[in-house]
Design a protein around this ligand. Structure first.
Ligand code: ZN
Length: 655
């Protein structure tokens, strides 16, 4: 088989503040035919739910999407004229956001074309092609949709979090109709009080709350209920998946999910979640359902999403290898022995390969998942934590040659280091952080785990990062075969320092301070070692043509400094030394050097990089013999963003 790395195009499209990438499903060919069929059926089940999220995100989203698609496809004029291009960008954004509001910021986006232009296009289009609702005239449709599209004061935010306002009434998301925040809260307070308080289901998770004839009631998302048509299609494919499930445990997962979709019974959803946690032996796994609650200002209603995936055996072996040596790492760390665990058990995170993304994971996706969300199930049965290796890989590969390293890395020497090793060392540092860092060390007897209060999470992240950084340069990693040579760790050291001292500032708005715990932790570590290594010029600022760069002069001493800070951070944690935590965080982690920040923002802007990214899916094609049996499933990667969206709208539009 030919290696196609060099011709694989990771970047598919770019518009507005978005970049669309493509991910590879390496390892798919190594699955058995049965597993391939399973992936295929679950992928179809994933795609059938697409319209649900559009409707959840706003009640006019589906009609607006269909209107724009019709105009876009049937346009006969000059496709390069300014307003048409603006319409195309707007449509691409609607697809990306599954609606008319920004997927991340939640603000309604402003069209780059006028209402008059849109009206003219509509009037030039065959009326039979327009997505009119039953009995609706073209005029009535325009009167209804135009303010939604053009008037900035109408449905301005998908999710409003402004304290003091009625969050339900002022959010455009389609989870409530005709009810106030107070009414919604009161409605669910009653349900909660009446239910099983020891094992509470996720009340309100799978319904729209409406007031009809003065009565507040739930419209349940289930067969025969709201979204029933899409859910029936999903179930059809889940039945086929059930036939090729890998084992009884997984078969039971699918059956319980189907039963939940049929009844809307939240108790069944809990049963399904528990069974899903128990199924750890299957190579193929999936999520399909009402999962994420970020889209509801009250945090109850769950948006629909799906991911189909299979275990990345190679990468999972790596995390298991690290975990199985956890005791060795604990014993050899530079931490005071009284703060070490006598018996340490590594956490073995599973690395998965995404095969299909849908709903709230498409096109914009998480790179790690930790489910289920039910608190009582998590505390009794635990949770599944996975990292999605092939998405991270696509991000890394797509970033190659985008000019970022050329702009911010000090010299060719460092750039070559990063080009050769950074993908590998970045993953490895994450593994060390997750599998060992968080699980290492212990509190002294009687120390309150919350003693560090608001500084606790920054200190905890710093502890895990430092544990990883310290061991990146250890011969043990060479011995375990996790790094190819003694130079590789320098790539992680350089990128960590550059990021912590400068480049992560591109995510901070001008004038603001650093708030987020992971970002605080990175600056804390980078600034501390910069200062402590000052005398020996271990790390230093260098100017080249008015531009500021980070240079590392002494990697060996840098590792010692990481070790010293690790020992101190572990002491703070073990003793619950709030004052020391406060001083470290306030002195090193929070404040931003305004002059440097302005320079970094300016240099980043000049690269014209899109800050938000998403993915197109691969295409799976079953190969069928004369008798109709599937003999193989092939995967291809040649579909464009617009092509894929139009195909999905044509083949999977169920609502
Ligand atoms: Zn962490």
């Amino acid at each position: 088989m030919r290696k196609e790395e060099h011709i694989f195009n990771y970047v598919v499209d770019q518009f507005a503040d978005l970049q669309v990438l493509r991910y590879r499903v390496d390892g798919f060919d190594s699955l058995t035919l049965r597993q391939k069929k399973l992936v295929y059926y679950l992928s179809e089940a994933a795609l059938q739910g697409r319209d649900i999220l559009f409707d959840q995100n706003g009640k006019y989203n589906l009609q607006i999407r269909r209107l724009l698609e019709t105009l876009y496809v049937h346009f006969t004029g000059d496709r390069t004229e300014e307003p048409f291009l603006a319409l195309e960008v707007y449509l691409k954004r609607v697809w990306f956001s599954n609606g008319i509001h920004h997927h991340y910021g939640c603000d309604k986006f402003i069209p780059g074309f006028s209402a008059e232009y849109l009206k003219a296009l509509i009037l030039h289009t065959d009326i039979s092609l327009l997505p009119l609702e039953s009995g609706e005239t073209v005029e009535a449709m325009c009167d209804k949709l135009f303010p939604v599209i053009f008037d900035p004061s109408v449905m301005p935010k998908r999710v409003n979090q402004n304290d003091g306002e009625d969050l339900v009434e002022t959010s455009a998301a389609n989870y409530y109709e005709g009810v106030t925040q107070q009414e919604a809260e009161a409605f669910y307070a009653v349900q909660k009080a009446q239910g099983d308080t020891g094992h509470p289901v996720m009340y309100g998770m799978n319904s729209r709350l409406v007031k009809k004839d003065g009565v507040i009631q739930e419209e349940i998302w289930k067969v025969g209920g709201l979204y029933g048509k899409a859910i029936e299609k999903i179930i059809g494919w889940l039945h086929r998946a059930e036939e090729v499930a890998e084992n009884d445990s997984q078969r039971q997962v699918i059956r319980l999910l189907v039963a939940f979709y049929q009844t809307g019974d939240l108790k069944l959803f809990d049963d399904y979640s528990i069974q899903w946690l128990k199924d750890t032996a299957s190579r193929v796994d999936f999520v399909n359902g009402f999962i994420e609650s970020y889209g509801d200002p009250l945090g109850m209603k769950a948006s629909w999403e799906s991911i189909v995936n299979f275990k990345d055996l190679e990468a999972t072996r790596r995390t298991e290898l690290i975990s199985s040596n956890a005791q060795w790492f604990e014993e050899h760390s530079p931490v005071n022995p009284s703060f070490k665990k006598e018996q340490v058990k590594g956490v073995s995170a599973k690395v998965i390969t995404a095969a299909m993304l849908a709903g709230d994971l498409y096109p914009s996706s998480a790179i790690g998942i930790n489910l289920p969300n039910s608190n009582w199930i998590r505390s009794v049965h635990g949770s599944k934590s996975v990292t999605i290796g092939n998405l991270t890989d696509a991000y890394n590969k797509a970033a190659r040659g985008n000019g970022f390293r050329e702009e911010f890395v000090y010299s060719e020497v460092e750039k070559e280091l990063l080009d050769s090793y950074a993908d590998l060392t970045g993953d490895l540092h994450t593994d060390l952080h997750e599998c060992l860092g968080h699980g290492s060390g212990k509190l002294l007897p009687g120390v309150d785990p919350d003693a560090l209060k608001a500084y606790g999470s920054t200190i905890e992240e710093a502890r895990a990062d430092l544990f990883g950084l310290y061991y990146m340069a250890d011969a043990k990693l060479l011995e375990l075969g996790l790094l190819p040579d003694g130079e590789a760790y320098k790539a992680e050291y350089y990128s960590y320092m550059m990021n912590g001292l400068m480049t992560q500032l591109v995510r901070i708005e001008s004038g603001a301070q650093i708030e987020e715990a992971h970002m605080r932790n990175r600056q804390l570590i980078a600034r501390w070692v910069l200062e402590k290594g000052q005398d020996g010029q271990v790390v230093e600022w260098v100017k080249k043509k008015e531009k500021t760069f980070v240079r590392i002069n002494d990697y060996v001493r840098l590792r010692e400094l990481f070790g010293e800070l690790l020992a101190e951070i572990q002491r703070i944690k073990s003793e619950g030394d709030f004052e020391a935590a406060r001083v470290l965080v306030e002195n090193y982690a929070v404040k931003v050097d305004a002059k440097l920040h302005a320079e970094v923002l300016e240099r980043y802007r000049s690269l014209h990089l899109a800050p938000y990214k998403g993915f197109v899916n691969p295409v799976y094609t079953p190969q069928v013999d004369k008798s109709g049996e599937i003999t193989d499933v092939t995967v291809s990667y040649d579909e464009g963003y617009t092509e894929q969206m139009l195909r999905y709208s044509r083949d999977y539009s169920n609502l």
